[in-house]
Design a protein around this ligand. Structure first.
Ligand SMILES: *Cc1c(COP(=O)(O)O)cnc(C)c1O
Length: 394
């Protein structure tokens, strides 16, 4: 068992008290649970990333939060988009995004979905296997392709390892194969794992890319692009380094490995752009004790693993949680969701401190819930509707 988190909620780390009052007032008359999204915050995050990595093209990973208003705002700001399916593609086209500003970043796709995307103008695809390269060559002839290398995801709170990417030797062969099949071998990509705490992981991955660029150049294949993926942090309970340091270090790694001959650079942020913008408003349904000798109370909320908080699996992502109740005493609690499924426990090894007199009906504000919540919410488990989202307005 881990030590309890002694998490004294610190507004300074998240938002000004004035901003929180705006969230609270907006949320006051609405039935919980729901997420409130602050579009201004996302715009600030986007502008910040642009400022810190001016040479990089930003492809927002739509899956992190595919709310129409977020996507429209990012289109207006000149963002590009990484899509995972033809359904996201249709949504982006409906909102007015241009096919040239999108990449089909999922390495797992049906042949007819590749054809569908190609038909609608998509010319940039990610791949990591021989079969997929063949499918792309057949259904998207001449398209540009980038090749995803495997990373082990260590250092990341949400690793994304094993399932995607291939060993550099395999990638080397795939690039040659793609060229033979008439595709345009455009670049290499990786994802170091989501909410990556160890900036050094980019160093290692960039060095591997450099090696592939060089060895393929010897075969006459000149790659032109490097896609640094996502992995940039949002502001959860465990602090990370500042985004400034991430960008500064990544720039240094690129200079060390590529000098003046840097290829075109792409990044695919999801979590870091939208995570901090969201506050999930929830309500206590029940507080109980399993036995009078048990040290811990159980606090059941009206949100859980099936209504948007799936990233609490293995307690991987620890959300900052604020209970709106003035109280002198605190106690450590086990937090769980409302469904009839015993895996619907949010935090058990990690004990959150809550007001000692927390009770049914108390509003609970779960911060940093702008990423991977609504898009992960189940549709109808136990009859509960999917997690709602509102855009913060005056
Ligand atoms: C999910 C995903 C991202 C976004 O990652 P974050 O860690 O949320 O920034 C980027 N690229 C690809 C290919 C992804 O699958």
């Amino acid at each position: 068992m881990e030590d309890a988190i002694k998490y004294a909620f610190d507004f300074e780390r998240h938002m000004t008290p004035e901003k929180f009052e705006r969230f609270k007032a907006f949320a006051a008359d609405k039935e919980t649970p729901f997420v409130v999204i602050d579009l201004e915050r996302i715009a600030e995050k986007y502008d910040e990333l642009h400022r810190l990595l001016p040479y990089a093209k930003v492809y927002y990973a739509v899956k992190a939060n595919p709310h129409d208003e977020i996507l429209k705002m990012l289109i207006d700001r000149g963002c590009r988009f990484d899509i995972a399916s033809v359904f996201e593609l249709d949504q982006m086209l409906r909102l007015g995004a241009k096919p040239d500003d999108m990449s089909y970043g999922n390495t797992i796709k049906k042949a007819r979905h590749i054809a569908y995307a190609y038909d609608r103008g998509i010319r940039l695809f990610a791949t990591d296997s021989e079969e997929d390269v063949c499918k792309i060559a057949e259904n998207a002839p001449g398209a540009s392709v980038f090749f995803r290398i495997l990373t082990d995801g260590s250092g990341a709170d949400w690793p994304l390892s094993r399932k995607f990417g291939a060993h550099p030797d395999t990638i080397y062969r795939l690039v040659l194969q793609a060229a033979e099949l008439g595709l345009d071998p455009y670049g290499i990509s990786f994802h170091v794992g989501s909410q990556q705490r160890d900036i050094g992981q980019w160093d290692h991955a960039i060095a591997t890319c450099r090696y592939l660029f060089d060895s393929l150049a010897e075969e006459g294949v000149h790659l032109r692009m490097l896609n640094l993926g996502g992995g940039f942090p949002a502001n959860y309970v465990s602090p990370t380094q500042d985004i400034e340091l991430y960008c500064q270090e990544i720039t240094r790694f690129l200079e060390d490995d590529f000098g003046d001959h840097a290829p075109e650079i792409l990044i695919e942020p999801g979590r870091s752009l939208v995570g901090d913008s969201g506050v999930l408003v929830s309500e206590v349904v029940l507080v109980s004790k399993k036995s009078e000798f048990n040290q811990y109370s159980w606090v059941y909320l009206d949100v859980g693993k099936f209504s948007g908080l799936i990233e609490t699996i293995d307690e991987s992502i620890k959300y900052p949680i604020f209970v709106d109740r003035e109280s002198d005493a605190v106690k450590q609690v086990i937090l769980a969701g409302p469904t009839c499924d015993s895996m619907d426990i949010l935090y058990e090894d990690t004990k959150y401190e809550m007001p000692a007199d927390i009770t049914e009906g108390d509003r609970v504000y779960i911060f940093t819930t702008g990423a991977y919540t609504t898009s992960y919410s189940s549709v109808n488990f136990n009859g509960f509707p999917p997690l709602k989202a509102y855009i913060l307005r005056e």
